[in-house]
Design a protein around this ligand. Structure first.
Ligand code: 1HE
Length: 261
């Protein structure tokens, strides 16, 4: 157990294979100030090597209210650039770190909170979740990678609409358009995210690595380059001893079959 204010880290599981990471600025609705951005970066850089999957949660009724507006002092263009790049560096550690990250969403997932959620690999939302990009109405622009990651989830047209009109998506519509992959009743997002993390942690590490690091890059390559990268990644993954033992377990009738839900 380790406390990295303003984030709490707890390890769960027999091998301490699941990290539960919680934003702990409940009084400020988990608004992200500079200290929190830097703490996120450090925490993801220094995750213990036992960790195979992580859950990202927010204390209190809201996942995250976005950028801490009280710190939005007058910055010149250069300072604004560096501030945005600081967010990029931290969220890059979330997306392209060592383990898949599952966000447990509830209440406000707005502005930089949505940018943070979109850097995670799976998003589980409960019924209270709502999504918005108030940057448009606050006279600013996204700066935490939202313009790159959010259109990949919902398309450029929907993000443009959210920013131009201040449109707020509720939990059901958020799931429908792809902001979350799972929708659960109020108060159950964390338990669902944890159950998924426990399952993800059991995957072969190279498979998880391929999904985190190869898949998004392949998606940005041309068809020819993507297919070639896929073959390289497939060859590396299948050659790992773990892949061979898992395949043998299935052929010996010792591994789970795929069942209809
Ligand atoms: C904050 C922030 C914040 C709350 N920065 N202090 N984000 C926004 O524009 C969203 C602004 N926040 C809200 O719309 C609402 O606070 C919520 C819908 C998230 C929650 O409402 P509620 O009624 O539960 O809480 P509250 O009473 O509004 O806020 C409680 C306290 O948190 C209050 O402080 P207090 O000292 O008066 O108790 C609020 O001022 C404080 N608080 N949100 C600072 N965001 C990389 S660029 C990203 C750019 C952006 O993210 S822009 C979008 C910013």
């Amino acid at each position: 157990m380790k406390n990295t204010h303003p984030i709490h880290l707890e390890l769960r599981g027999e091998q301490q294979e699941v990290a539960v990471i919680r934003l702990t600025r409940k009084a400020k609705r988990n608004a992200i100030n500079d200290a929190l951005v830097l703490a996120l970066r450090t925490l993801f850089d220094e995750l213990p090597t036992t960790v195979r999957a992580a859950v990202l949660d927010g204390e209190g009724e809201h996942f995250c209210a976005g950028l801490d507006l009280s710190e939005l002092k007058e910055r010149d263009a250069g300072q604004g650039l560096h501030h945005s790049r600081m967010w990029h560096a931290a969220l890059e550690r979330v997306q392209f770190g060592t383990v898949p990250v599952i966000a447990a969403l509830h209440g406000a997932v707005v502005g930089g909170g949505l940018e943070l959620a979109s850097a995670c690999h799976i998003r589980v939302a409960d019924d209270t979740t709502f999504y918005a990009l108030p940057e448009g109405t606050r006279g600013i622009f996204v700066g935490g990678g939202g313009s790159v990651r959010i259109p990949k989830l919902i398309g450029t047209a929907r993000m443009t609409d959210m920013m131009l009109t201040g449109r707020v998506y509720n939990a059901q519509d958020g799931e429908r358009i792809g902001l979350a992959q799972y929708l659960v009743p109020q108060g159950q997002a964390f338990e669902k995210a944890l159950a998924l993390a426990v399952r993800v942690a059991q995957n072969a590490p190279l498979t998880n690595y391929a999904l985190m690091h190869a898949l998004p890059r392949i998606a940005e390559q041309t068809t020819d380059q993507g297919l070639f990268t896929e073959s390289l990644m497939a060859a590396i993954a299948q050659s790992a001893p773990e892949a061979k033992s898992r395949m043998s377990a299935f052929l010996d009738g010792k591994a789970a079959k795929v069942k209809p839900t």
